[in-house]
Design a protein around this ligand. Structure first.
Ligand SMILES: *Cc1c(COP(=O)(O)O)cnc(C)c1O
Length: 339
């Protein structure tokens, strides 16, 4: 019951992605608590499997992981050196001239990397800014130069080759290890791999890595079941009304647990009792979801909403979002078990 996270599947996905980028170091992106699955468990498991490079969004996330990983693990901070950040033992990916000068003034001997903008216009030095400080930055031996692809999940998007060319133009001949690709970029092929790849979502079983092993099972405890007569309604707004004698199960999770109301908007959300699907009926409440279990001979103690049949991308499609958002929204109230 609760949220079961298969660490061996995460490790297997990391190894498969690493093998696709042969010759490059395979890092692991563990920002946002390893996409909601528990960075304090995921990062040490990937270290044990051979990962030595980890990426977090914020220095505060890196601070939590630093004592859990041996010294030869490098923890890169994607937001770089923000004012007031404690970067002791971490490697900021400096992403503007302002950050560069702040970092060099405050940690003149501290390890750092450089983040370049190759077209996404989100983070990173613009080509002109980079040209202006390039010599000074290279003299200080950056650990890594990286950029990020905006459209890697669309292999035919022209931005991919444009960003690749822009990244090459800014980094060829620097002699510094380079990184351009997250999960989507790994799948674009060897031109995109450079020296280090940064998979995130693919480790956790999400698109665009279609071969991923499923990682999460989420089973919602049944609190009670009841008989409902034809003409009786269920839940807020009476949006579902029985047309036959029905059995309704109420399970303990709702939109406060990351299961958005929009998941049920088209009436197509299903939960699972082993291999049998049962439809969610009525509206999703803050803490409760109602399910039509009339078709089940026996109602199990819990019904699954995430499993090998219904993954994060299936849920995402129902509510008009992406698997990343389903994972990172998973509620704090679930009992978590790591296998
Ligand atoms: C989140 C992120 C990644 C990981 O991306 P996935 O698509 O989850 O593999 C890699 N690099 C950067 C800069 C990111 O922000």
């Amino acid at each position: 019951m609760g949220l079961v996270i298969d660490l061996s599947a995460i490790v297997a996905n990391w190894k498969t992605l690493a093998a696709k980028a042969e010759g490059a170091r395979a890092a692991a992106v563990v920002k946002a608590d390893a996409y909601g699955l528990g960075a304090e468990r995921v990062a040490p498991a990937l270290y044990a499997a051979g990962a030595r490079d980890f990426f977090v969004a914020l220095a505060s996330e890196g601070r939590v992981l630093r004592p859990l990983l041996p010294e030869d693990a490098r923890i890169f901070v994607l937001s770089g050196h923000m004012e007031g950040a404690d970067l002791n033992g971490l490697i900021p990916l400096l992403n503007s001239p302002e950050q560069f000068f702040r970092d060099r003034a405050l940690r003149p001997k501290g390890a750092f990397g450089i983040q370049l903008d190759s077209g996404m216009n989100r983070l990173g030095f613009e080509p002109g800014e980079w040209a202006a400080i390039r010599a000074e930055a290279l003299a200080a031996s950056p650990a890594l130069i990286m950029s990020h692809l905006a459209c890697a999940d669309e292999p035919d998007h022209p931005a991919n080759t444009q960003q690749l060319a822009a990244f090459r133009a800014m980094t060829d001949g620097t002699g510094v290890p380079r990184s351009l690709s997250a999960t989507g970029g790994i799948l674009l092929g060897p031109d995109y791999h450079f020296d280090l790849v940064r998979p995130g979502i693919g480790l956790y079983g999400g698109e665009p890595f279609g071969e991923a092993r499923p990682v999460v099972t989420l089973a919602l405890p049944v609190i009670q079941t009841r008989e409902v007569q034809p003409g009786e309604s269920v839940g807020y707004g009476y949006s579902w009304t029985a047309t036959r004698p029905s059995r309704v199960a109420t399970v303990a999770a709702g939109y406060a647990d990351g299961l958005a109301r929009a998941l049920a908007r088209e009436g197509r959300l299903q939960l699972w009792a082993a291999d049998r699907a049962v439809p969610v009926i009525g509206r999703i409440s803050m803490d409760l979801i109602t399910v039509d279990v009339t078709g089940l001979a026996e109602v199990p103690p819990a019904l699954e909403i995430l499993n090998a049949r219904q993954g994060v991308d299936d849920l995402a499609a129902l509510s008009g979002t992406i698997g990343y958002e389903i994972l990172t929204s998973l509620g704090r109230r679930y009992e978590r078990t790591w296998l």
